[in-house]
Every structure is written in C-alpha cells, then in structure tokens.
Write a protein that binds this ligand. Structure first.
Ligand SMILES: [Zn+2]
Length: 354
C-alpha cells in the first residue's frame, strides 16, 4: 500500500501544533461531524466540554476510514500522522452563520473556511515534531505544561493572561497593570505566526515586549510566552477560544478588551465580553476580566478609561494607528504618554532598516 501523505495549509499547521502541544486540550485530533454539529450549535464538544470553534481538517486527499496519513507542515516539515476515523462533508454556510455570525465572504474567517471546501477528514493525531518558528519566538517557546509548571514553581495562584498581536503601548501597559494589582503574576502571551508584508517582524516585536518588561514591570511578577496559533477572527467565539487556550497554559484570568478578536464591523464592541454571560465560568475554568478602551487623559494626568475618567474627549490623547506609524517612520517618538521611549526607539530603528 502506498503511503498517504498530506501537506497541511498554514492554518491547519497551526491547529496541528495547538492540538499537539496541549494548547487545544481536550482536543486530541481533528474533529468529526458529531463534534462539529455540537460545537456549531451549542459551543460544546460531544463530551460536553466548552468548545467554540470547530477544529477540522479540510482535504480532498483520496483515502478511506482506517488509513494513516503522514502530515507535513506548510513548510514541508514532517509533523506526525492522522488516523482517519471519519470522512464527512460540512455545511460550510451553517458554520459561517453559527460560529462567525455572518455568511459574508468578505469576512476573513468566513472567506478562509469557504476556500477550504467542505470535505473533511477527522481523527486523532500522533505528534513526532512541532512546526518551526522564527528564532526570536523560539527563545520564549514553552508548551502549556511547561508554563503551568513554571507558574507553580513561582508559587503563583492567580495568573492573568494578556493576548496581543502588537507592541504594547501605554494604554495596554496600564490595563495589564490594573489586572496585576489583584493577581500574583502576569502572563504576556502574544500571538505568533508568519509575518506578512507590512507586519512588524518577529524579533522587533519580541524586543518591544522585552524592553518593556525589563524597565517597567517587576521582573518576578511577569512572564513572556508565545502562542503559536492563527486568528480566525470569529469575534466573541474566538474570545472564548483564547480564554480556553490560556486556561490550558495555566492562567486563571484572562483580559478581554473591547472588539476582542473582531474583524471589520461584524461584531458589536462588547460582544466578546457579553458572550461570557452565557457561560458557566467555573466550568470554563478561567475568569474573563473585562476592560474598557484606555487612554491618557490630560486632566486626570494619567491613564484612564471611560469607567474612571469624567472628562471630555478633548482631554484625551488620541493617535490613530496610521498617525503613529507615520511618526515612527519619520524617526519621531510619539508622546511618551502614548508610548514608552524605549519601545518607540526599537520601532523607529526597525523602520530605518526597512
Ligand atoms: Zn480624565
């Protein structure tokens, strides 16, 4: 019998890694039709555990139930194998509607599942190796079990996780510190993934986090990790997935901001916070901490949010992302009320190298 092999897409490679490293526990493989059904309609696996987004493997590979397929990453690295338990067709429109809340093909998450097609292979995976990442990320790479053991060794009981895809400026520094006031430790957990044109390179992003930690956080109360997953942009449901993943990494609390994991105008500003009202938090095993948009206020003379600041918007420092990039590109530091000079300088240097 000829050996069956399959090269995974970038997203399937990321899913394989998260299943394989324990980040997607309790999943042990790519989900089948019964799980898909219950995840879509009830946000639970067939075992009854919370699970918000189907983790499935779309493929046209000719094979039969019982076959073993050798899997490679999108970059061609041999990862392990899938034992085919089920070959099935999904109703992709229904998945779009129930999971993403829209069937609009302009939605990046919906576009991705439409493009994948409907024929699915399901079954448990065996892991020989995990995909490779940029060296800057690998230095900080730990599995969920390793982070959990580290938190235990530090004696931390309350650990708050912060998800980010960007350098941390003052507003986000403020909310992580507000959370840290009532927790034992802060777990900064940026999403890593392939950098596309226009993205901030991996090593630059990591240096931004490191310089901030070294200069503005108590060293013994903050840990920097990396999360090797792809965004689905499923808004509220993705916020639940982010929380479950951080629970698996050992966190007890998770920061949920406004517009968490959203895309365009598909979700309301607070949808990603409200979804947790429908969830039994004890059963989920991690508590969301809801935060407002935060900013520097000239009247308060400090960082604040609409929950803590009574002043008009003209007292608030506002800089658009475009404006900030323009300033950095011109070698100009944004006001230090907006960004720490150390972070700004790293970004300015990175723009010069471009
Ligand atoms: Zn104010």
């Amino acid at each position: 019998m000829a050996e069956l092999s399959l090269t995974l897409s970038e997203r399937h490679t990321a899913d394989f890694e998260m299943i394989g490293n324990g980040g997607f526990a309790p999943l042990t493989g790519f989900q089948g039709s019964a799980d898909w059904e219950r995840v879509c309609s009830e946000m639970r696996t067939t075992d009854g555990e919370y699970w918000p987004i189907p983790i499935t493997l779309a493929s046209d590979l000719e094979c039969e139930v019982g076959d073993v397929i050798e899997l490679s990453s999108d970059e061609g690295k041999k990862l392990g194998r899938l034992t085919v338990e089920e070959i099935w067709d999904r109703d992709v429109k229904r998945e779009a509607e129930q999971v993403y809340g829209t069937t609009d093909e302009a939605h990046p998450g919906v576009a991705a599942i439409y493009e994948e097609g409907n024929r699915m292979l399901a079954g448990p995976i065996e892991v020989d190796a995990l995909p490779d990442h940029d060296e800057a990320f690998m230095r900080r790479y730990k599995t969920p079990a390793e982070h959990k053991a580290d938190f235990e060794a530090r004696g931390w009981k309350k650990i708050v996780a912060f998800q980010t895809r960007n350098p941390i400026h003052r507003a986000h520094e403020y909310l992580t510190k507000a959370a840290l006031e009532t927790c034992d430790g802060l777990f900064i957990h940026p999403l890593i993934g392939k950098t596309k044109a226009g993205d901030i390179p991996a090593d630059v992003r990591m240096r931004c986090y490191e310089v901030l930690m070294e200069n503005y956080y108590p060293q013994d109360r903050v840990v920097l990790g990396v999360k090797p997953a792809k965004m689905h942009y499923a808004g509220p449901r993705e916020a639940v997935l982010h929380a479950i993943v951080r629970r698996n990494y050992g966190a007890t609390h998770f920061i949920v901001g406004r517009d968490h994991a959203g895309a365009g105008d598909y979700y309301g500003t607070y949808d990603a916070q409200k979804i947790f009202d429908t969830i039994d938090i004890d059963e989920l095993g991690i508590e969301p901490l809801m935060f407002e948009h935060t900013f520097w206020c000239n009247e308060c003379e400090g960082l604040a949010s609409n929950k803590t600041c009574p002043h008009d918007q003209d007292a608030h420092l506002f800089l658009s992302g475009t404006k900030v990039r323009e300033m950095l590109g011109n070698g100009e530091r944004p006001p230090h009320e907006f960004s720490r000079d150390e972070v700004a300088d790293i970004l300015i240097d990175a723009y010069k190298e471009d």
